[in-house]
Design a protein around this ligand. Structure first.
Ligand SMILES: *Cc1c(COP(=O)(O)O)cnc(C)c1O
Length: 480
C-alpha cells in the first residue's frame, strides 16, 4: 500500500479510540471547570513562548495532542462556560449544542447550493421556522444563519442599500454622484452598526447617533426630528436601527413608536435583538417585539443566550428577494439544473462556502424543548432580580440602569464626589473583583460613569453563582 492509503485506513481505525479520549477530556473539563479561574493567569506572548516554533516533521501520537491541550491550551483560555463568567454577554455551550457541533464537523458539509447540501439546507429552513415561532417573530419574515450579529447586520444593510435602487450592484459607489446615505441608531447601539457602515460605504459620518432618555432608550422624537431635517437636506436614509437590549445596559428602544416613524418616512427598519431577543419566547414577555411587524430585518443570536456554541446568528428578513438581488452571482460551475424551488444559500450572502450550523441549533431546541428553554431563561431573569435586591443592601452601591433582562449595572461610591476619581476607584474595584478568579465581570460607561456590569445568561449559572458574586463584591469593597 502507498503511504497515504495506510494513513487513510489508520484514521478510520483510530476514530473510535480517539473520539472516546477526546470526549473524556471534554467531559472532565466541563465538570471541573470551576477549578479554573475564569480569566487565565497568563500574559500576552506566554503561550506562544511555551509552544514549539515549528510544526513536527513526523506525525505525532494523538494522545499527546490531548495531553498538550490540557497542559498548555486550557490554562490559557478564558472560560466562557464557567458559571462565574458574567462579563460582556455570555455565550455558553450546552451538551446538545456541543454534540451537534461535533457532528457538523463529521458531515463536513458545504451547502453552497441545495445539491451540495440538501440535508443542511433544509434543516436550516426547518430550525429557523421553529425558532421564528419560538420567539414570536411574524411569519412575514424568513430566517438566515450567519456567523455573528455583525455579519447579519451587514447583510441587512446590504439589502437595505439594494432596496434603494441606486444601481450600486452594477455601477458601484465610486466615480459618480450619489446622495448621502445615513444610518440612524441610538447612542447606545452596538459598534457592529458602525462597522457595517465602514464596509458599506456610508462612512462613520453616515452614522447618525440619536440621543437616549434616562433609561438609555432612544428618544423617538429626536429620531423624527433628525430624519425630517436630513431628508429635507437631500440625505437618503439607509436604515434605522432599534435595539431591544442594548449591549451597555440592555435598554429597550420604543419599537412601536420607531416603527411609526420609519413607516411614515419609508425607511428600512432593522431590529437589533442580538442578545435579548430570545427572552420573547417567555409567555410573560410575549410583547417584547410589539411593533416588529413593521420592521424589515431583525437579528437574534442563539449563540448568546440559547446555549448554542459559537457561532450562530440569525437574521430575519421580510423580503429575502432583495437580499438575493444584492448577493446572487452564479458562476457557471455552480449552475444547477435542479429545480429552482430549492434554496441555494450562496445566493443570500457574501459567503460561498457555508458550514452546517443548523445541526447544533436543532439539537439544542429538541433536547430542551420550548418549556426547557423557557425554564432556563426565566431562571436567569430570577437570579438577576435576586442578585439586584441583595446587591442594593451593600452600602454605597448605586444602581445605574433599569434591570430589563438579566444584566445589572452598578457602581460603588465610598463617598467620593469627583467623577473622574470615582471612575478610577470603580475600575480598580472591578479589576480586584476579577483578580479573585471565581468570577469575571466587565464594564461600560453610562452618562460618563464607569459602570460595572454583571450578566446572568450562562447555562451553568445558579443562585449559588449569584451568592458567590455577592460575597466577592462585598469582600473586595471592604478590602479597598
Ligand atoms: C453582541 C451584540 C452584537 C454583536 O454580536 P456578534 O455576534 O458578536 O457580532 C450586536 N448587537 C447587540 C445588541 C449585541 O448585544
Amino acid at each position: 500500500m502507498r503511504k497515504h492509503e495506510i494513513q487513510s485506513q489508520k484514521l478510520n481505525e483510530d476514530f473510535h479510540k480517539f473520539s472516546a479520549k477526546t470526549l473524556k477530556f471534554a467531559g472532565e473539563y466541563l465538570s471541573s471547570i470551576e477549578s479554573y479561574s475564569v480569566l487565565p493567569d497568563t500574559q500576552p506572548g506566554e503561550l506562544k513562548a511555551r509552544l514549539p516554533e515549528e510544526l513536527p516533521e513526523k506525525g505525532e501520537d494523538f494522545n499527546r495532542l490531548i495531553d498538550d491541550t490540557a497542559e498548555f491550551i486550557a490554562p490559557a483560555m478564558t472560560h466562557w462556560n464557567h458559571p462565574g463568567f458574567m462579563a460582556y454577554f455570555n455565550s455558553s455551550a450546552s451538551l446538545p449544542g456541543i454534540m451537534g457541533e461535533i457532528l457538523a464537523a463529521v458531515f463536513n458539509n458545504n451547502a453552497m447550493v441545495w445539491k451540495s447540501g440538501p440535508g443542511s439546507t433544509e434543516l436550516e429552513e426547518v430550525t429557523l421556522e421553529w425558532f421564528r415561532k419560538l420567539v414570536r417573530v411574524s411569519p412575514q419574515f424568513r430566517g438566515f444563519i450567519y456567523d455573528t450579529a455583525s455579519v447579519s447586520v451587514m447583510h441587512a444593510f446590504s439589502a437595505a442599500r439594494e432596496n434603494l435602487n441606486l444601481g450600486i450592484r452594477e455601477k458601484g459607489l465610486f466615480g459618480r454622484v450619489l446622495p448621502k446615505l445615513k444610518i440612524y441608531a441610538s447612542e447606545q447601539a452596538h459598534s457592529s452598526i458602525d462597522k457595517a457602515a465602514l464596509l458599506l460605504g456610508t462612512g462613520l459620518d453616515g452614522i447618525q447617533k440619536i440621543p437616549v432618555d434616562e433609561n438609555f432608550a432612544m428618544i423617538p422624537e429626536e429620531l423624527e426630528k433628525k430624519l425630517s431635517e436630513d431628508i429635507s437636506n437631500g440625505v437618503l436614509p439607509l436604515a434605522v436601527v432599534a435595539t431591544i437590549g442594548t449591549t451597555g445596559s440592555t435598554a429597550i428602544d420604543p419599537l412601536p413608536k420607531i416603527a411609526e416613524i420609519t413607516n411614515k418616512y419609508k425607511v428600512w427598519l432593522h431590529v437589533d435583538a442580538a442578545h435579548a431577543g430570545v427572552v420573547s419566547m417567555l409567555p410573560e414577555r410575549k410583547d417584547l417585539f410589539t411593533g416588529h411587524e413593521a420592521a424589515d430585518s431583525m437579528v437574534i443570536n442563539p449563540h448568546k443566550w440559547m446555549f448554542v456554541p459559537l457561532d450562530l446568528s440569525v437574521l430575519f428578513i421580510k423580503n429575502p428577494d432583495v437580499l438575493k438581488r444584492a448577493f446572487s452571482l452564479v458562476p457557471e460551475y455552480l449552475k444547477t439544473s435542479a429545480d429552482d424551488t430549492a434554496t441555494n444559500y450562496m445566493d443570500y450572502g457574501i459567503q460561498l462556502g457555508r458550514r452546517f450550523r443548523s445541526l447544533k441549533f436543532w439539537y439544542v431546541m429538541r433536547y430542551f424543548g420550548r418549556e426547557g428553554l423557557c425554564d432556563i431563561i426565566r431562571g436567569h431573569l430570577d437570579i438577576a432580580h435576586y442578585f439586584l435586591e441583595k446587591l442594593k443592601t451593600i452600602s454605597g452601591i448605586e444602581i445605574l440602569a433599569p434591570l430589563n433582562f438579566s444584566t445589572i449595572c452598578f457602581m460603588h461610591n465610598p463617598g467620593i464626589s469627583d467623577q473622574e476619581e470615582l471612575n478610577r476607584y470603580n475600575a480598580r474595584l472591578m479589576d480586584e473583583i476579577n483578580r479573585d478568579g471565581r468570577i469575571f465581570i466587565s464594564h461600560t460607561k453610562l452618562n460618563g460613569k464607569f459602570t460595572i456590569r454583571v450578566v446572568f445568561s450562562g447555562i451553568n449559572q445558579t443562585k449559588n453563582t449569584a451568592d458567590t458574586a455577592l460575597e466577592i463584591i462585598a469582600k473586595t469593597i471592604k478590602s479597598l
